[in-house]
Write a protein that binds this ligand. Structure first.
Ligand code: GRG
Length: 276
């Protein structure tokens, strides 16, 4: 991923800010999911890596913008200062714009090696999931809900869009590009839906119970911003139980794919037990 900036004619300081935001030690779960789904059906992982990097670039853009003072106003991310704290707000806005557009470019670049129709379909899934019907829409609803009481259904809709849509699209995109049939794509879609909710629930739990030295970000932020969260609506114990049921449902969705899907099944457990 380090080559993304070096290989392009990007103004030096902007390039440094992009690298700071992109290469700052995230878990890289979305590109991992994409590559795992792809490799269930095709062994040309090396050639598809730019598409996976594109997904991570889009995810990183969303974090940079989310951390801005006009949004969640966070000083720390991934164990260090947020992009706007280091490079200034205007530059962080541009870094986010750059990562989003670079992400689209990177995904499209694999059309030189894979069937362009499949690349277009997978790319459309990821872009749609990142836009107003998905992540941007979820972020909008999330900001609008600050300080309000939400029902569990309303909370779930926010997270299905904000967190779940891109996770699901990474899996579906990988399966499509790898050549998976419609039944397999559907299984991964269902797995992604459950994993996305599990991911958000554990994110909420980490905000309450996590160690900032391990998570790399401030804790108790949801309470400060008066955000509706699973622990706030259900309590911590019932939230943990809900997380377990999504973990099992995610694993069950992959049963038809057999042992080759074991890594993805194990990943659901990793998300359940994660401490960062
Ligand atoms: C600004 C359009 C726009 C969207 C922002 C992703 C997002 C929407 C906000 C991030 C806020 C947040 C904490 C969401 C909960 C789940 C989530 C996406 C956490 C961050 O993803 P990780 O844990 O991050 O995969 P790393 O650092 O590992 O890449």
């Amino acid at each position: 991923m380090g080559k993304i900036v070096k290989e392009r004619d990007i103004p030096k300081e902007l390039g440094e800010a992009i690298e700071y935001a992109l290469l700052g030690g995230g878990k890289r779960i979305r590109p991992f999911l994409f590559l795992q789904a792809f490799s269930l059906f095709c062994d040309r992982e090396k050639e598809i890596i730019p598409f996976a990097c594109g997904i991570e670039a889009i995810h990183s853009y969303s974090l940079v913008h989310d951390d801005l003072p006009v949004m969640d106003d966070d000083d720390y991310r991934r164990g260090r200062l947020t992009t706007h704290k280091v490079f200034g707000e205007a530059n962080a806005l541009l870094v986010g714009d750059a990562l989003l557009t670079l992400g689209c470019e990177l995904m499209g670049s694999v059309a030189r090696k894979f069937p362009p129709a499949l690349v277009g379909e997978a790319q459309q899934k990821v872009i749609k999931a990142s836009g107003p019907e998905g992540m941007v829409g979820g972020q909008y609803l999330d900001l609008a809900a600050e300080g309000k009481e939400l029902t569990l259904e309303e909370l779930e809709e926010i997270h299905r869009r904000k967190t779940g849509a891109l996770i699901q699209a990474a899996l579906v995109g990988g399966a499509i590009l790898g050549g998976g049939d419609s039944v397999a794509v559907k299984s991964l879609e269902l797995y992604g839906q459950e994993l996305g909710l599990l991911f958000q629930i554990t994110d909420d739990l980490l905000d309450v119970e996590g160690d900032p030295l391990i998570t790399g970000k401030s804790s108790q932020k949801d309470e400060v911003l008066e955000k509706a969260t699973y622990p706030r609506i259900l309590g911590v114990k019932a939230t943990r139980e809900k997380a377990i049921s999504h973990c099992y449902a995610a694993q069950k969705a992959l049963n038809d794919l057999g042992d080759r899907a074991n890594i993805l099944k194990n990943l659901a457990e990793y998300v359940y037990y994660r401490d960062r």
